[in-house]
Design a protein around this ligand. Structure first.
Ligand SMILES: *[C@@H]1O[C@H](CO)[C@@H](O)[C@H](O)[C@H]1NC(C)=O
Ligand SMILES: *[C@@H]1O[C@H](CO)[C@@H](O)[C@H](O)[C@H]1NC(C)=O
Ligand SMILES: *[C@@H]1O[C@H](CO)[C@@H](O)[C@H](O)[C@H]1NC(C)=O
Ligand SMILES: *[C@@H]1O[C@H](CO)[C@@H](O)[C@H](O)[C@H]1NC(C)=O
Ligand SMILES: *[C@@H]1O[C@H](CO)[C@@H](O)[C@H](O)[C@H]1NC(C)=O
Length: 273
């Protein structure tokens, strides 16, 4: 009896050890972006050595998905434990700089393998019109490494009443670990092309001068292109955290692998048990 109980206990201990020690993957293990748009269709190809190249991982503009002015969904396929996933858009058919982009969703602090689906931007409310080309961007880190990777999808806006969602489109979240930051703790970027008319109606007023951040970094003129992309993304993330709210001084990047993940994993474990 006692030994059966002991075996059961050690199984629980082993399960806990397995769950609380997430593996940090390397980008080189993947043949496609490990955080990838499943809708709208992403740019095709994946250049593992250029995945850190802003704004779109070194990939040229691809086929455009017709996308509604409002009510569109964005879905992602996640292949490994990812951190600080942020979704952005640029009112541009071929943005050349990261700082043209603005965020449109709360930061996914930690998300494990599975599918994620949420609301796309309300482009009508943002002042864009049917016929415009827009570029969507997902930036993300792999758990345990603060390097940001860049992945894009190209869309063309259409009136809501001439939009048809793809057949069998299922919008759901299926990751065992999904921790989403609150609005005030999320990375909030408003790109250089973001106008006053595009201020959200939800009262978010955190504004990052990414153009200045990027200029400051480029003026040091010694780093490689990817180093300055990392630096600007990191400095943006840091300022977003710093100015987001008085009581969240830890900031966005400080949450990677911190208590956020532990809490999410413990939550997941509680469900498993
Ligand atoms: C990929 O990166 C290499 C090295 O930085 C660079 O020479 C090459 O032009 C890049 N390719 C693309 C398509 O960006
Ligand atoms: C966005 O701003 C940059 C300069 O900050 C400008 O060169 C570019 O043309 C703008 N793009 C659009 C779509 O307005
Ligand atoms: C979107 O970009 C187009 C083309 O550059 C520009 O005419 C328009 O003013 C932009 N819209 C907004 C809301 O910034
Ligand atoms: C983090 O990822 C980058 C890009 O893949 C890589 O060059 C670097 O070696 C990684 N750092 C660590 C500590 O694994
Ligand atoms: C998925 O999670 C996000 C938060 O990360 C939430 O906004 C969204 O509504 C969820 N999607 C579904 C289909 O419940």
């Amino acid at each position: 009896m006692a030994s059966i109980a002991l075996i059961a206990l050690s199984c629980v201990a082993a399960a806990q050890a397995a769950v609380v020690a997430p593996r940090a993957a390397s980008i080189s293990e993947f043949s496609a972006s490990p955080v990838e748009f499943t809708y709208p269709t992403p740019r095709s190809g994946f250049l593992v050595n250029n995945a850190t190249t802003y704004p779109c991982g070194g990939l040229p503009v691809g086929d455009r998905t017709a996308y509604p002015l409002s009510g569109g969904k964005v879905s992602l396929d996640i292949d490994t434990l990812a951190a600080n996933v942020n979704l952005l858009y640029a009112n541009s058919s071929d943005p050349k700089t990261f700082h043209e982009f603005s965020t449109f969703a709360n930061t996914l602090l930690d998300v494990s393998e599975g599918g994620w689906c949420g609301e796309g931007p309300d482009f009508g409310e943002l002042g864009l019109s049917a016929g415009s080309d827009v570029t969507l961007l997902a930036i993300y880190q792999l758990y345990g490494n603060k390097t940001y990777f860049y992945h894009c999808a190209d869309i063309n806006l259409v009136e809501d009443n001439s939009y048809t969602a793809p057949n069998n489109f299922a919008c759901s979240n299926s990751s065992a670990v999904l921790e989403t930051a609150s609005g005030e703790d999320s990375m909030v970027l408003k790109g250089s092309n973001f106008s006053a008319a595009q201020e959200g109606v939800d009262g978010q007023t955190v504004s990052i001068d990414l153009a200045a951040a990027t200029a400051a970094v480029s003026s040091t003129a010694s780093g490689s292109a990817s180093a300055s992309a990392d630096a600007s993304a990191t400095s943006a993330a840091t300022s977003a955290g710093a100015s987001g709210s008085a009581n969240s001084g830890a900031g966005v990047s400080a949450k990677v692998g911190g208590t956020g993940l532990a809490a999410a994993l413990i939550g997941g474990l509680a469900l498993l048990l």
